[in-house]
Design a protein around this ligand. Structure first.
Ligand code: COA
Length: 318
């Protein structure tokens, strides 16, 4: 097995914080309703910055943390479902904004809240073909710009942010993934409208069947986690950390109870950021890195799940 080394991390969230109490002045809700059902107290909301700006700052921090030369970057992958434009992509914008060399392959990919797990899997495969180059892998979202703030069932959940890593191929490393999708072809679980057709354009708002998504989210990640553990011939107790996409604290608690994951194996920050979609896992990685929680050789599971439907678990060693 080969894998990747993460050489540096960075994240950025907008300054403005929208609390449950402030939300309850905008829509019929309350901290008493939101917090016990979701674990969310605050979310950071962009006022003027779009996804490329959040991604730029997170990426600059990751590059600085890694200490690498920009010339060595060969791939930019931005996982996002809230790109500034359909084209140019956020990753192409970043190539210019970060003054990266023209030899980079830059592209965005959308696997919704599983985006960072998918992007790391892609980066691992691409780095194996060009071990002399580095990958800049980013999850970045301004989900708040796609919310209907009169819809209390969705607007309470999401926030904005970006996280980034710089990764290098490691021929003696270990990275393995179990990745899935189940096409929600009638977009009945969670969706955001896309390209407008003549005479028909829906408002660009996220709509969701909360209970259906909840049922999916407490089941599907368990499948991918069990598969990874079987492939690795490991148990969950062998893992130092399990980083779940931060969608809902009750979803995480339900999975942890069933798989007997201990509190000491978890890192969560949903209380402060809400659901930042593809950004949630790299934001956690950066926070943990800066706090010194991640030690060489630590075994990590990154667990994503979201619209598409998509889900997956990625095993890697720090
Ligand atoms: N504040 C107050 N009341 C609310 C509310 C809010 N923010 N949102 C919904 N309600 C009300 C509903 O209107 C409903 O009222 P009614 O019984 O009078 O009709 C009641 O609360 C129950 O609604 P329901 O949708 O059944 O609530 P729930 O317990 O399923 O919780 C979610 C709603 C959205 C928190 C929950 O379904 C969830 O977290 N789903 C997963 C969403 C997710 O994580 N998506 C991203 C995946 S990556």
């Amino acid at each position: 097995m080969s894998g990747i080394d993460i050489l540096g991390t960075g994240c950025y969230v907008p300054e403005y914080t929208l609390s449950n109490d402030e939300l309850s002045t905008m829509v019929d809700t309350s901290d008493e309703w939101i917090y016990p059902r979701t674990g969310i107290k605050n979310r950071h909301i962009s006022k003027t910055e779009n996804t490329s700006e959040l991604a730029r700052i997170a990426a600059e921090r990751a590059i600085a943390d890694s200490g690498v030369s920009k010339e060595d970057i060969g791939f930019i992958i931005v996982a996002t479902c809230s790109a500034d434009h359909i084209m140019p992509s956020v990753s192409c914008m970043l190539q210019k904004l970060l003054d990266l060399p023209e030899h980079v392959m830059a592209f965005d990919m959308n696997a919704a809240c599983t985006g960072f797990v998918y992007a790391m899997s892609i980066a691992n495969a691409m780095l194996a073909t060009r071990p002399d180059r580095l990958a800049l892998v980013i999850g970045a979202e301004v989900f708040s710009k796609m919310l209907d703030y009169t819809d209390r069932s969705t607007c309470i959940l999401f926030g904005d942010g970006a996280g980034a890593v710089v990764a290098r191929h490691n021929p003696r490393g270990a990275l393995q993934e179990a990745i899935f999708s189940r096409g929600d072809a009638d977009a009945s679980h969670i969706y955001i409208p896309g390209v407008p057709f003549a005479g028909r354009q829906e408002p660009p708002y996220c709509k969701m069947s909360g209970q259906d998504v909840f049922k999916f989210a407490v089941e599907a990640p368990i499948q991918s986690m069990k598969q990874i553990l079987a492939d690795l011939d490991c148990t969950i107790a062998d893992m130092d950390y399990v980083l779940f996409h931060q969608a809902n604290a009750r979803i995480i608690a339900s999975i942890c109870k069933r798989l007997k994951i201990k509190d000491a194996q978890l890192y969560c920050n949903i209380e402060e950021y809400g659901n930042t979609s593809a950004a949630s896992i790299p934001i956690m990685l950066d926070e943990m890195n800066r706090k010194g929680l991640l030690k060489k050789g630590h075994k990590l599971l990154l667990v994503g799940f979201g619209a598409g439907l998509t889900w997956g678990t990625l095993y890697m060693e720090w």
